[in-house]
Design a binder for this molecule. Sequence first.
Ligand code: HEC
Length: 286
Amino acid sequence: MKMMERRNFKTLLLSAVAIYCISVQALGAGSSYPLMRMDPNLDDKASLQRGMQTFMNYCFGCHSLQYQRYNRTARDLGIPEELMLKHVIIDPDVRIGSLMENNISVDHAKQWFGAVPPDLTLVARLRGGRDINNRPDWLYTFLLTFYEDEARPLGVNNLVFENVGMPHPLVNLQGVQQRVCKDVPQLAANGGEIRDPLTNEYVTENLCGEDLIGRGISPLQHVEGTGELTPDEYEQVIYDLTNFLYYVAEPIRADRERIGVYVLIFLAILYVFTWLLAREYHKEYH
Ligand code: HEC
């Protein structure tokens, strides 16, 4: 009996440690790169529609949205079902009520990229961290910080997802970004810039990429003349795409927040009557 209990305890302890490790890995994955803020707007249907279009054109070949259905998306985004069937689904074998799955083969994907493209239905929540609002900042920053890196098999790397096994899918739109390396003054422990006492010149060090952020220098630079869009236009495309993935991760969110307001108003009114009733009761026993 004692033996059994000890074994059970051991299993429990091991499971707890395993669950902790997995969740820490999932939540804390990525680097400590400072994320750019992205405030989603689920009322902006045009933005969500543009985001869906970008997703279907540039991401869906590799990434599915297997927990989301086409008709639900059409309804929430205000797209008539005929248009969805004609321009988004296209394949006559796929129904309007089907899940948004693709046909990529796991074996091929492994061979091509070294990793299987994960389903992205929940990625905005998974990468939202521990914050209660599940901010999509990670996703937004990820999509903006691909840079050229000859050392990687696909020629690109990413500032928030080091050594990502994914090509930059929107490089034609954004153009090429390169990691900046610069000579900057070395900092002393007190934060001051170090100078050579004899020549009075700054003592410099060569810093690259994310190490430059603390010095107020942008870690990436855009190569002039590459890309079809200006940086501002590209940011808008990524805003819309992130907005769409944020919607997909929790399609009920807009409804939930709207209903929440009514619930709070109801509770406020109920409070008045409850208080009046309580006052009546108090009269009885005074
Ligand atoms: C050519 C195939 C391909 C295309 C196209 C593609 N991806 Fe990926 N993506 C991958 C692979 C493979 C991975 C896994 C990378 C890894 O684990 O190193 C990945 C990983 C990701 C991740 C990280 C998921 C996570 O939490 O680990 C995100 C986010 C992502 N892709 C978004 C997108 C978006 C958005 C698009 C469209 C703009 C897109 N991808 C287009 C292949 C692709």
